[in-house]
Write a protein that binds this ligand. Structure first.
Ligand code: COA
Length: 183
C-alpha cells in the first residue's frame, strides 16, 4: 500500500473533502454538540463551538501527513456539511484500515453514510492499496451495522463486553469488514 492522504472524493450526492476552519460552526451545530449523535461514541458532545474549532485546527494541521484520512461529508445539492468519516486506526504492515463515522441526526435515514463509506472503501482498496477495511459498532446501535452491510462489508463477529462508552457502559462490539478480494 502507498498512503495518499485525504483526497477529494465524489459520489452521486456527496463530496468527501478536507475540513476547513470555516466548517466549525456547522459541525458544532449539525452533529458535534448533539448527545443523540454521540450516544454510542467514545467522545462527549462538544460543550462549546471553541471545542469544535480547537479540534479542527488540530485535524487540519494533520492533513500534511499522507497517512491521515479524515473527510467532512458535504451534500452536493446544498453544500451543507452533514457528518464526518475517517480512518481511526491504520495498520500499515497489515494493510488494514478501521473506519469511524458520525452524522447529523437531521439527515439520518437517507443512505448518506452508506454512500460515503462505500466511496471510502473503494478509494482505500483501489487507490491506496489497503487489503482490509473494517469498522465496528456497539451492539445496541444496529443501524450502524446496516451502514456497513450496505457498503459491502461482511459481519465478522462479536467481541463480548469489549467496549465502553460513558452513556451505555460496557457493551458488546460488533465487527464488520471487506477484503480487497471481495470488492
Ligand atoms: C449510524 C449512522 C451513521 C447511520 O447513517 P445513515 O446515513 O442514517 O444511514 P442509512 O440511511 O444508510 O441507514 C442505515 C440504517 O439505519 C436505520 N435507520 C436510519 N435512519 C433511521 C431512523 N431515523 N430511525 C430508525 N432507523 C433508522 C435503518 O435500519 C437503516 O437501514 P435500511 O436502509 O436498511 O433501512 C447515523 O445514524 C449516525 O451518525 N449515528 C450517530 C453516530 C454513530 O452511531 N456512528 C457510528 C458509530 S459505530
Amino acid at each position: 500500500m502507498e498512503n495518499k492522504g485525504t483526497k477529494l472524493l465524489e459520489t452521486e450526492k456527496l463530496l468527501l473533502r478536507r475540513f476547513v476552519i470555516e466548517d466549525g460552526e456547522a459541525m458544532y451545530n449539525n452533529w458535534a454538540s448533539d448527545p443523540e449523535v454521540t450516544k454510542f461514541l467514545t467522545w462527549q458532545p462538544h460543550s462549546s463551538i471553541d471545542v469544535t474549532k480547537a479540534l479542527l485546527i488540530d485535524w487540519i494541521a494533520r492533513y500534511e501527513d499522507l497517512a491521515y484520512y479524515n473527510w467532512v461529508i458535504e451534500l452536493k445539492a446544498t453544500h451543507e456539511i452533514v457528518g464526518n468519516i475517517s480512518i481511526v486506526d491504520l495498520k500499515e504492515k497489515a494493510e488494514s484500515a478501521s473506519i469511524g463515522y458520525c452524522m447529523s441526526k437531521a439527515w439520518w435515514g437517507n443512505g448518506i453514510m452508506s454512500e460515503a463509506l462505500r466511496r471510502v472503501i473503494v478509494y482505500l482498496i483501489e487507490e491506496v492499496g489497503v487489503n482490509r477495511v473494517c469498522a465496528c459498532h456497539d451492539s445496541n446501535n444496529p443501524k450502524s451495522g446496516r451502514v456497513m452491510d450496505k457498503a459491502g462489508m461482511k459481519l465478522e463477529g462479536i467481541l463480548r463486553s469489549a467496549g465502553y462508552s460513558d452513556n451505555v457502559g460496557i457493551q458488546d462490539i460488533v465487527w464488520h469488514s471487506i477484503l480487497r478480494s471481495e470488492l
